[in-house]
Design a protein around this ligand. Structure first.
Ligand SMILES: [Zn+2]
Length: 420
């Protein structure tokens, strides 16, 4: 077998634009050359005509369940899913057991990720145990490279605490990310409060449970000057609040999940807990607003919120089942087939977006992209035609997620991000 790989005839798309080029992957897996008509001597040639070669995808919102819930997912299995879906870097959420809220647990997760098939980064909790009462030692986690802090799975309810967290985050040069959900409004709700929750007799949570916290944190961000990142925005009102705040100078970024731009609360009519997610699936109008937000850049990133559970847990009745859906293996295919966005813009949302951090501090961007583009890790046929992998060696992943009903399987081949 040849030591090097030459990817021929692809359209290379990265931050510098789009062009026809060959890409050479070195014996150690690094991208060594990008250019026209590269010499194939001694290389395994991959014919990528008609395919796009782009930087590996980055997911800023993934649940790896380790430590504590290894029966649902581990760092290794989650990273493998990510690699199959075209991801070369993922950011783990801190709602593990124990929570990732101190240097010791951060070290544990990073150590577990060292041998994983993609780069594993971790976020850190904002509050101790994600309990919402006492700030976690953010500085000691930031010292280990944590650049994103969130209590994901829950929002920080106390506005005073959130204000202080924003101030610390600013001082540390890290990004504060928020799962926007006001407990008093969301409590007891298992799906979106609306037409379908009434019909099905399942208690709902209103859109305002999310929007109220988005509005509050935008005000706090304006007050503190901090940069805030909103996770999994799901309502039209939230998108509009972010759009208006950014236009007025607030430093805010946001992400949307694949399920929030492809599925609505009508899916819950099946009573299948597969469709139970947090925040819940919303209305047609909300889905349209999320898509519009992605299209006009009000929403910067596409995340998966990949949130596995054991089969036993997910087979409980709707109201008892935990929220969460898989996504890493189908996200790219869903984005390409469901969103009407230029490829460069779509890749910007799935690959080279980073929550902002001040340039004076080593940012997550630098950590995730140790070498500037062109980098290359993922080769996919553009848009439709997923059933035809570009090479025999390609990894094809089709898993029974709700996304798979679109017939979406991702055809990607990845080189480790550590090769950049
Ligand atoms: Zn969340």
């Amino acid at each position: 077998m040849a030591d090097t790989v030459l990817i021929r005839g692809a359209t290379v798309v990265d931050q510098s634009g789009s062009r026809r080029a060959d890409v050479r992957v070195g014996a150690d897996g690094t991208i060594v050359e990008v250019g026209a008509d590269l010499d194939p001597t001694g290389a395994e040639v991959v014919d990528a005509s008609g395919a796009v070669v782009a930087p590996g995808l980055v997911d800023v919102h993934v649940h790896l369940r380790q430590p504590g819930k290894e029966e649902a997912e581990t760092v290794e299995t989650g990273a493998r899913c990510a690699a199959l879906g075209g991801y070369t870097a993922i950011v783990a959420m801190p709602n593990t057991t124990p929570a990732i809220d101190c240097a010791a647990v951060v070290r544990e997760v990073l150590e577990l990720g060292r041998t994983a098939p993609c780069d594993v980064h971790t976020s850190g909790a904002v509050t101790v145990g994600r309990g919402g009462e006492q700030l976690a030692p953010m500085a000691e986690m930031a010292a280990l490279g944590v650049r994103l802090f969130t209590d994901d799975g829950a929002g920080v309810q106390d506005a005073g605490l959130m204000r202080r967290a924003m101030q610390y985050a600013s001082d540390l040069g890290v990004t504060l990310a928020q799962h926007c959900e006001v407990d008093e409004l969301a409590a007891g709700g298992h799906m979106h409060e609306g037409e379908w929750s009434s019909r099905l007799g399942i208690p709902g949570q209103p859109a305002e449970a999310e929007e109220l916290m988005v509005a509050r944190d935008l005000m706090l961000a304006r007050m503190t000057g901090a940069r805030v990142h909103f996770q999994h925005l799901s309502t039209a009102g939230s998108v509009e609040l972010v759009r208006a705040a950014r236009a007025s100078g607030v430093q805010v970024t946001a992400e949307a999940t694949t399920h929030h731009f492809t599925l609505t609360h009508a899916e819950c009519a099946s009573y299948s807990p597969l469709f139970k997610v947090a925040p819940p699936l919303r209305t047609d109008a909300d889905v349209a607003a999320v898509r519009a937000g992605l299209a006009d850049g009000s929403i910067n990133a596409i995340a998966t919120d990949h949130a596995p559970h054991t089969q036993e847990d997910k087979e409980r009745p709707f109201e008892q089942a935990p929220p969460g859906m898989l996504g890493l293996e189908t996200a790219l295919a869903l984005a390409l087939t469901e969103l009407d966005m230029p490829l460069e813009q779509l890749l910007a949302a799935t690959s080279w977006f980073r929550p902002p951090s001040p340039a004076s501090v080593t940012s997550m961007a630098a950590r995730l992209h140790p070498v500037s583009p062109p980098t290359c890790a993922c080769s996919t046929p553009p848009r439709r035609g997923w059933s035809t992998p570009p090479t025999p060696q390609v990894a094809v992943a089709i898993r029974p997620t709700p996304g798979a009903r679109f017939g979406a399987g991702c055809a990607t081949r990845c080189w480790p991000a550590s090769s950049w």
